[in-house]
Design a protein around this ligand. Sequence first.
Ligand code: NI
Length: 251
Amino acid sequence: MLIQIPDLLTREDVAKVRALIGRAQWTDGRITAGPQSAMTKNNMQVPETDPQGTEASRIVLAALHRNPTFISAALPHHIFTPLFNRYSGGESFGAHVDNAIRSDPRTGTRLRTDLSATIFLEDPDKYDGGELVVADTYGEHRVKLRKGHMVLYPAHSLHHVVPVTRGARLGCFFWTQSMIRDDAKRALLFDMDRSIRQLSAETPGGDATVTLTSCYHNLVRMWSEVCTCRRALRHRANGRTSRRRRGAPSG
Ligand code: NI
């Protein structure tokens, strides 16, 4: 499932993020690439250790935690601390699949990348090229969105970024480990959650709404993988996990 989430970041958020990363010490984007994707990756990136990048990633994380569509679609268990990149002067990223496992030095967490995400930080008319092209069984999807908008897609997808031949493409990217590992199951829960919300608005407390909500939670119970170890609980106690992430959205 590939979904677009408009206005994940407000215009003010985008301005703050851009001001912060504008002061960062940019470096070669291959610092976070695996050996194979490093051969085709050609862009610039804010290092994970850069304090301006860390501050900017907090703005993005706060926006993710308050976005009901992201929560419902991703059912996040762990979110990799967002990173920032820039393509200009013909830079591109050839066809690749993102690494399956990522270690996040800023949280000390290791996560499985179930979902990949890109948030666009520049409007499409400011640069040529730079489309994110994601392949699935229905063909190729070309994505180039207004600044502040996000695209979320299964991390197992082959994808590439088209060369940027004018201007600069600024972006934020990260991965999510979902409580629901399987993309098809997650897509089904997303559809079900949207239907429950609609039914709840039309017939609040109706028998069908209650039954469907029960089915939703019981499917999440059947399919979810959540970590109950002490470290994860401490992580939550520190407030890094929002209230909504503790459970499924519906109901
Ligand atoms: Ni990628």
